[in-house]
Design a protein around this ligand. Sequence first.
Ligand code: C2E
Ligand code: CA
Ligand code: CA
Ligand code: CA
Length: 279
Amino acid sequence: AKNCGKNNAKLYSSSLTMQIMSHVKLEVGLRKALQNNELYLLYQPQIDVSSAQVVGVEALVRWRHPERGIISPTEFIPLAEETGLIVPIGEWVLRTACRQAMAWQAAGKQPVRVAVNLSAKQFKDENLTQIVLSTLHDTGLPAELLELELTEGTLMDDARATMVTLEQLRGIGVYLSIDDFGTGYSSMNYLKRFDVRALKIDKSFISGLPQDSENAAITRAIIAMAHGLKMAVVAEGVETGAQLLLLEQFGCDLAQGYYLGHPSPPESIDLMLGNQFTI
Ligand code: C2E
Ligand code: CA
Ligand code: CA
Ligand code: CA
C-alpha cells in the first residue's frame, strides 16, 4: 500500500507537470495571439421582444489557435486574467467591436448597440476610462451605442472604487449592464446605488423555462424589480419559442440566445439588420 501511494504521488506529480507545461505553452501562445491576428470576434444578436428588431449585439471573442483549432473564451479568458494579458486583449476587443458597430452605423443600418464584456482586471485598470474615451473618439462611435457588461463579482469586489469608475463611465455616456445577473451576490442595496441601465438574467434561470416554476418565479421577479428600478432586462440563453413567449408575457425587454441567433461573423449580422424576426 505504501508503494502504491508513492506511485500515485509520482503519477500525480507528472500529470501536474504536464498540466503546468500545457498551461505555460498556452500562455506563450496567447501572448502572440494578438500580434499574429489569431483573435476574432463573433456577434450575437439581441432582439427587442416587443418589436422583434435587432437592437444590439454582444461581441464574443474567439481564438483560432494554429495547432489546437478554435479555443473557447471560457478556456483562455481566465488565463488572460491571471497573466494580465486581458488588458491588451480587452482593449483590442473594445476597439474591434466599436469599429464594427461604427461600420454598421455608417452603412445606414438602424443604430445597433454593441455590448463588450469587461473582466474584473480591466474594470480595475486605472486607464479604463481613458481607453474607452479614446476608442470612442478614434472610431467615431457615439457613446450610447457602446454597452459595457460587468458581472456582479466585478462590481461587488471593491464597492467604493466601483462607484468612482461607474460614475466616470456613466459620465462618458456609455450604456452599462450587469451580466449573469442572479448568479453572483449583489446586494439589493448596491443595485439601487449602482447606476446601471440593464440587467442580463443569467441563462441558468432561462434554460428550464417554461416548465420550471421556480425559475419562472425568479425570472418574473427580476424583471419586476429591474423595471421598478427603471432598468431594462435582457434574457440570456433563450433557446426555444416557448421561452420567448413566456418572457414576452413577463414583459422582458430584450432576448438573446440560440433561438434568435448564434454568435456569428459580422457578415451574418449585416443580413439580420433591418430585417424583422418572425417570432
Ligand atoms: P457571457 O458573457 O455570459 O456570454 C454568453 C455565453 O453564452 C457565450 O458563450 C454565448 O455563446 C453563450 N450562449 C449564447 N446563447 C446561448 C444559448 O441560447 N444557450 C447556451 N447554452 N449558451 C448560449 P461564449 O461565447 O463561449 O463566451 C463564454 C464567456 O466568455 C462569456 O460569457 C464571457 O464571460 C467570456 N467572454 C467572451 N468574450 C469575452 C471578451 O471579449 N472579454 C471578456 N472579458 N470575456 C469574454
Ligand atoms: Ca456577457
Ligand atoms: Ca452572461
Ligand atoms: Ca456567463
